[in-house]
Design a protein around this ligand. Structure first.
Ligand SMILES: C[S@@+](CC[C@H](N)C(=O)[O-])C[C@H]1O[C@@H](n2cnc3c(N)ncnc32)[C@H](O)[C@@H]1O
Length: 283
């Protein structure tokens, strides 16, 4: 993490004093560490919870009001020093929440240990509440639709982008689980900063579908409305026939002849940037 990034995180934290209320949101009025059995809590909740792997995933989840019942680290002092440097807004919550465990215990709880040696479990947001948010009208920011994505890393990167641009949510179709631990890791804990759900094409939220495809109309001639569904095809096969049949506008990103296509996540980045640069809500 560079000094510039650290400064930016601290500045952002300073602009968001409300996040300090996370202690209250988590119901942590008394030190949890001394009174509870964190490993017992971990083992009881692990199967039904979202694994937050690494300091940054935990930091983001806390900032966006995730309910985090348990967090472990192999180096409490180092983790709190990192919080002092990068995330003073959630430092108090971390101090209460983090329990130091041995390296062997940490490795037994977390399959792929993160370099920051911090991991936590969070409660997955309610699907009903998420679907209500996705269907709410009018919508002030688009929903990103990934039509049958295959790559877990791409899905995580897209969720991070959606969070950064303030998109209403990310909906995936097909079999990939957008809450898979690898997707959550790729999304740096930002699943809690937007809405993330899987739905069949027939149940997509309302709104005009702008589907991205190299054969479409040049995006530079378009303004993408705030209530749009911005749909992107699978890495291997592009947009499905079912998604195409729900499409209102086919849109292309500028690309030199002989280049077949862009990576899925970079296509989402360009499209969300275009939405924001042409009057969409500022981040
Ligand atoms: C890796 S591409 C899919 C390539 C796939 N082999 C195909 O036949 O379309 C993944 C998705 O990114 C988007 N995409 C990539 N390049 C694009 C471009 N130049 N214009 C619009 N969308 C693009 C599309 O939604 C596409 O379905």
């Amino acid at each position: 993490m560079s000094r510039t990034t650290a400064g930016r995180d601290s500045a952002r934290a300073a602009r968001k004093p409300a996040v300090c209320g996370a202690r209250r949101l988590h119901g942590m009025t008394a030190p949890h560490r001394s009174t509870a059995d964190p490993l017992g809590i971990w083992r009881r909740l692990a199967d039904a919870s979202v694994l937050l792997d690494g300091f940054h995933a935990l930091k983001h989840a806390l900032r966006f009001q995730a309910h985090v019942p348990v967090a472990v680290t192999t180096g409490r002092r180092a983790a709190l020093d990192l919080a002092d440097e990068l995330a003073p807004d959630v430092r108090d919550v971390l101090e209460t929440l983090l329990t130091e465990v041995s390296e062997d215990t940490y490795r037994a709880l977390v399959p792929r240990p993160h370099p920051t040696a911090v991991a936590a479990l969070a409660v997955r947001p309610s699907r009903e509440a998420n679907l209500e948010t996705l269907r709410r009208s009018p919508r002030s920011a688009p929903v990103v639709v990934l039509d049958n994505p295959r790559n877990l890393g791409n899905a995580g990167a897209v969720i991070r982008l959606a969070a950064g641009f303030g998109a209403t949510g990310v909906v995936t179709t097909g079999t990939l689980d957008p809450w898979h631990p690898t997707v959550v890791r790729g999304g740096a804990g930002l699943h809690f900063a937007t809405v993330v759900e899987r739905l069949p094409v027939a149940e997509l939220p309302p709104g005009p579908v702008f589907a991205l495809d190299p054969e479409g109309e040049d995006i530079r001639a378009l303004k993408l409305p705030d209530d749009a569904l911005l749909a992107f095809g699978s890495e291997r096969t592009g947009l499905s026939a079912e998604l195409r049949s729900r499409t209102d506008h086919l849109v292309s990103l500028p690309m030199r002849p002989q280049v077949s296509s862009y990576n899925l996540a970079t296509s989402v980045a360009m499209t969300l940037y275009h939405w924001s640069a042409t009057g969409g809500a500022s981040a």
